[in-house]
Structures are given as C-alpha cells and as structure tokens.
Design a protein. Structure first.
Length: 296
C-alpha cells in the first residue's frame, strides 16, 4: 500500500476505484465501502480520507496504516481539510481530483457523503456527473447495529461510556492502543506484578480511566491481561498512561512496540489508602481477568 499526504503532487497513473470519507476508526460501515473497491480487481483501490480535526481519533494515523496495510488497499490518501480543498466547488473537486489526478473509473460512497465548498456535493451530484466524466458511482447503504446506523459518532459515544463490548461490535475488530513500551516507576514489579507502560498519542481517543480486561499483541504472540488507563492516583503519576499486567509472561519488553486491545471494562480508577490496598485490588483484578478469559 502506498501512503500519500495532501494533494500537492497527487497523481495516480492507473485507473482507480475510489472511496471517500473521514474513515476515523475504520468501523464496519467503512469496511463495507472498502470491500466494494477491493472487489474491482481491474482497478487500483484508493481510500481518500478528508479530516479537519487534530485530535480525538479512534485510530491514530499509524494505527490506521497498520490496519489498512493488511487489506490489500493500493493507495491511502490522507487529505487535511485545508482551504485549497475545502474551498473547491464540488464539481471542480470531481474533475480536478477524482478524474484528472486519480483517474477514477469507479466511485463508492455512503448515502450521507458530502464534499466540496460548503458541503455542496453529495452522492446525488456524483450520480449526475458519472456519464459526463466517464466513471460509475455506487451509493452504499449504511451498515446498522441493533437498528442504528453505525457511524464514528456512535463508536465515540460507546467509547466515551467505556462500553468496550459495544465499541468492538461497531468496529468489527478489537479497539486497541499502540505504542512503545517505556520505563515506568516499576511499582508493579515491586509488588510482584510487573507491568508494561505506554504513553498513548495525544491524538488518540481513550475510554474513561479505569481497569479493563485486555489482550496484548507482541509481534505474532498475544497475551491476556488487565490494563489500567489513567494517572494511578495512589502513587501520584502526572501523565495519563496505559499500564498492563500480562498473564503468564515474564520478559523484558522495554523498547518493543505492542498493541493493547481492550475487551471489557472492569472498574473505574481508584485512589487507595496504601500501596498494600492497591496490591490487594490488583490481585483481585487479575483473578477476575483470569476467570473471564480462561474459565468461560
């Protein structure tokens, strides 16, 4: 997969199948659009992402690349919502970007897709323009879950509520946090429960602070465990971190890149009267996690 940022110098020589949108989270609705362009084997597949926000993403840019590289997508175009893009009239965008630069022969969008100056373009306009510019348009119905359209808003509502089972159902995969394992204060090690520590990107949208049942991917291996998100008030951390105790793992992961999947919310973050009380609660959390994963 080739990654391209912005529209300066943007040009693909081959004929393409293009889907457009924000694609934050690459949830099941987005995957439906992606599957349509991947089906067109005679065309190069292009995902054209447009986004004006700078934070609060379900997937960071790096996480999105990690996911999409496995799909067989030919090109990922990351287009910031800058004046040279947001100020384009809708038909100008179709002609200059989709036709002249991307050589689009197939365009796949959702029913609620809008583009161009003041959101003046939509699926209806694309259908009207297809004969003029020589491409075919497919307008895809929204994917639903329990009677509600799956959307980035729906995913974020569930995530902000800490409902990880719902989040994962909407995404079609396990929500995860990626990062490099850093040296922490090693409090867990002194308690006999060594942990991995990540400091997530400030762009990443996290669930509420608390303890979650998790699975951590380390290369080709995966380990179940429990993860605390927050500031660890008992020991007075000053940053919001992601700390994970891995079941049945005893190794040095410092400097390794790992992915921590969150499966289920266990309890909110708490401040304990003593480190001993913290240790007792950690042991109870670990016992609960092992029962959940291994005794279902």
């Amino acid at each position: 997969m080739e990654y391209m940022k912005g529209i300066d110098g943007l040009y693909i020589q081959e004929e393409t199948a293009v889907t457009l949108g924000k694609f934050d989270g690459v949830h099941r609705g987005h995957q439906k659009l992606l599957s349509r362009i991947l089906e067109k084997k005679n065309l190069k597949s292009v995902m054209f992402t447009i986004n004006g926000r700078k934070s609060g993403f379900v997937l960071t840019d790096e996480e999105k690349l990690f996911m999409l590289e496995k799909t067989g997508l030919s090109y990922l175009i990351d287009c910031p919502f800058i004046p040279s893009v947001s100020g384009m009239e809708a038909e100008d965008f179709v002609r200059e970007i989709l036709v002249n630069r991307l050589h689009a022969k197939s365009i796949v969008v959702g029913k609620d897709f809008h583009f161009g100056y003041k959101r003046g373009g939509d699926a209806t306009l694309l259908l009207w323009l297809q004969k003029k510019y020589g491409f075919q348009v497919e307008v895809v119905e929204k994917e639903q879950y329990k009677g509600r359209d799956i959307s980035s808003t729906y995913v974020k509502e569930a995530l902000e509520a800490g409902d990880m089972e719902l989040v994962n159902d909407l995404l079609g995969y396990r929500y995860f946090i990626s990062g490099e394992v850093l040296h922490g204060r090693q409090i867990g090690r002194t308690l006999g429960m060594p942990t991995t520590n990540l400091v997530p990107s400030t762009k990443k949208l996290l669930p509420p602070n608390g303890v979650y049942l998790s699975r951590t991917r380390i290369g080709e291996q995966a380990y179940y465990g429990v993860t605390n998100i927050g500031y660890k008030p008992t020991i007075g951390e000053t940053f919001r971190g992601v700390e994970t105790y891995l079941f049945d793992f005893d190794g040095d992961l410092y400097g390794e890149n790992i992915d921590v999947e969150l499966w289920k919310f266990k309890r909110p973050e708490m401040k304990f009267d003593s480190v001993e009380h913290l240790k007792n609660q950690m042991q109870a959390d670990i016992a609960f996690g092992k029962e959940y994963f291994f005794e279902k």
